[in-house]
Design a protein around this ligand. Structure first.
Ligand code: FAD
Length: 316
């Protein structure tokens, strides 16, 4: 079923979360161990992130370097199939522009359609370590809006190198939104205009980057509405669980901690103390978002289902 159908059929805020494919070499049981503790909150769908290959240069012993591709977290499409089969819920794979030609994107979408996947979150992807700025694959999509265009064409039965065929896809398409602005955008208003472009291209719902200040989400929703973006906007929340998160999350995700949270975090000396502050903050954020009628809460687990469970059991 489509994410938008779950939303319109539900009277209350829906619980959902995203998982990372396990590191290369790990088995499916590691993935189930991350999902199992969260199933008691009845998520109707679970997102599965996509991780692009990185490149490294290996010395060949003759003074030359060989460029090799290294994939750390394989298998988003296979993982979706496994989740749907085991838990009988929907899986929402993330599909990115980076590293894919349009033909490869089409093949991935054909596989997803074949498996009965109804939803896809369409993203551009970040620059890889060896790039200063994001660069698309030759013949690939440069922006999420291009990827959404390609998916929308497929939804109309238009495949890349064929005339209209009789079996269009029917993907419900999600896209990313940034309450604190995407880090490359010149300003909030250009970023919002590009978000509107993604919705006009066919995006049916938006999932936000994590934020720790609900007022930023509410203001983002208002700004979106004011420029005619009328699709559901799903807030993304991340429980803070370690001392490392205090510097890592703002740096990596280009977000700020509000003053009150930063004061509490700066008093923490151990991971346990941070976990407690993160839990209380997450509970309050979630409660308020629920009260204000957020359609879904999308939790970023980043491999740590337990911290999401600690919040969910107080609120869902
Ligand atoms: P876009 O919407 O393409 O925007 C990228 C930048 O370009 C923005 O600054 C925007 O303002 C600007 N822009 C957009 N369209 C145009 C245009 N037509 N012309 C000029 N400028 C334009 N990354 C992964 O690799 N795997 C994942 O699974 C993943 N999941 C994510 C889930 C969520 C909910 C979020 C919020 C992010 C996720 N990301 C993931 C990270 C995401 O790929 C990065 O934030 C990336 O830098 C931007 O992706 P986007 O889809 O928002 O890009």
């Amino acid at each position: 079923m489509k994410v938008t159908e779950y939303i319109s059929n539900s009277k209350d805020t829906i619980f959902s979360f995203e998982i990372l494919p396990p590191l290369k070499g790990k088995g499916i049981d590691d993935l189930y161990a991350a999902i199992d503790p969260l199933m008691e909150f009845n998520p109707p769908f679970v997102n599965v992130t996509y991780h692009r290959e990185e490149y490294q240069y290996n010395e060949m012993g003759n003074g030359l370097l060989k460029k090799v591709s290294v994939r750390k977290r394989p298998g988003t499409v296979g993982i979706c199939a496994a989740i749907m089969n085991k838990y009988k819920i929907d899986a929402v794979p993330h599909l990115i522009c980076g590293g894919f030609t349009k033909e490869e994107t089409e093949s991935a979408l054909i596989d997803l359609k074949f498996l009965g996947v109804d939803n896809v979150l369409a993203l551009r992807g970040d620059p890889i370590k060896s790039e200063q700025v994001f660069s698309p694959a030759k013949g690939g999509n440069a922006y999420a809006s291009d990827l959404i265009n390609q998916m929308d064409e497929m939804n109309q039965g238009k495949y890349l190198h064929e005339e209209t065929v009789n079996n269009p896809s029917n993907f419900c398409i999600g896209t990313a939104g940034y309450p604190e602005k995407h880090f490359e955008a010149m300003n909030m208003s250009t970023d919002l205009n590009y978000l509107k472009m993604k919705v006009e291209a066919g995006a049916d719902f938006i999932v936000t980057q994590m934020f720790f200040d609900n007022s930023k989400y509410f203001s983002f929703v208002e700004k979106c509405k004011s420029i005619g973006i009328d699709v559901p906007i799903i807030p993304g929340l991340k429980p803070i669980t370690s001392l490392r998160h205090i510097s890592f999350l703002p740096k990596f995700f280009h977000i700020d901690f509000p003053e009150a949270l930063s004061i509490e975090l700066s008093k923490c000396k151990t991971n346990e103390q941070v976990k407690q502050v993160g839990k209380e903050w997450g509970i309050n954020q979630t409660k308020e978002l629920k009260e204000m009628g957020a359609p879904v809460i999308h939790f970023y687990t980043m491999g740590r289902g337990e911290s999401v469970k600690n919040i969910a059991k107080e609120v869902f």
